[in-house]
Design a protein around this ligand. Structure first.
Ligand SMILES: [Mg+2]
Length: 229
């Protein structure tokens, strides 16, 4: 953990689900997909509260994967996680009104100070949503997994974004809300890391996880001034 590591980066990369859009957009798609598959089998919808409880258990590290857990509990077989993934993808959208209210103020605050890039495991349609909501005006590197062909936590997506931005890892900061997909891999590659604790993030990360991030914050408010004070 070193806040000095975050000062005046040449590139700022930002995850989408959590830091920019409400992660509930993904959960809503996964829940619809579960119920679509159940309906095909003549089964009633799964209780929304039970699906959300499972999601919360995954967030807090009590279950390894939301797709596996949903498939096990509500489709009767964890091996159906791939089928659930395929059914979720076309339903996963970011509706108007789900952009975090602090997203545009943060981006305005860093505009002109650094190259800004998206670095996210997302479907290609996220680009249209980000342009619709005004985020696209600030973005010059589109590290969207469905477009690039690599997914976090693989180093390839981070390396692709660094190359596109024309900076070294030590000159870049990554902002994300997951330890496994954002903080850990970005830190290991040498980027500065900001862990935003909302959406899929755990309610109360362990001290050892917190210590990996250079900064742990509840939201993006004031983060532009931390980076470019
Ligand atoms: Mg995320």
């Amino acid at each position: 953990m070193s806040i000095a590591r975050l000062r005046r980066p040449r590139a700022v990369f930002i995850d989408v689900g959590g830091p920019l859009y409400d992660d509930d957009n993904y959960l809503a798609a996964a829940m619809s997909a579960v119920n679509g598959l159940r309906a095909r089998e003549g089964r009633p919808p799964a209780p929304a509260a039970e699906m959300r409880a499972l999601y919360d258990a995954v967030r807090n590290g009590e279950e390894p994967s939301i797709r596996t857990a949903l498939a096990r509990e509500f489709l009767g077989d964890p091996a159906r996680r791939g089928e659930l993934h395929s059914a979720t993808r076309p339903l996963w959208v970011h509706p108007p009104g789900t952009l975090a209210p602090d997203a545009l103020p943060f981006l305005r605050g860093i505009a002109g100070s650094a190259v800004v890039g998206i670095l996210a495991n997302q479907e290609a349609g996220v680009v249209d949503a980000l342009r619709r909501d005004g985020v696209g005006d600030y973005v010059s590197v589109w590290g969207v997994s469905a477009l690039v062909g690599h997914e976090k936590p693989s180093a390839e997506l981070f390396d692709w974004c660094l190359a596109e931005a024309g900076v070294g890892a030590e000159e870049a900061v990554h902002i994300g809300n997951r330890f496994d997909n954002d903080v850990r891999p970005a830190h290991d590659l040498g980027l500065g890391t900001v862990w935003v604790l909302r959406g899929e993030a755990p309610d109360d990360p362990s001290p050892s996880e917190r210590a990996v991030a250079d900064l742990v914050v509840p939201d993006l408010v004031g983060l532009d001034r931390v980076l470019f004070a």
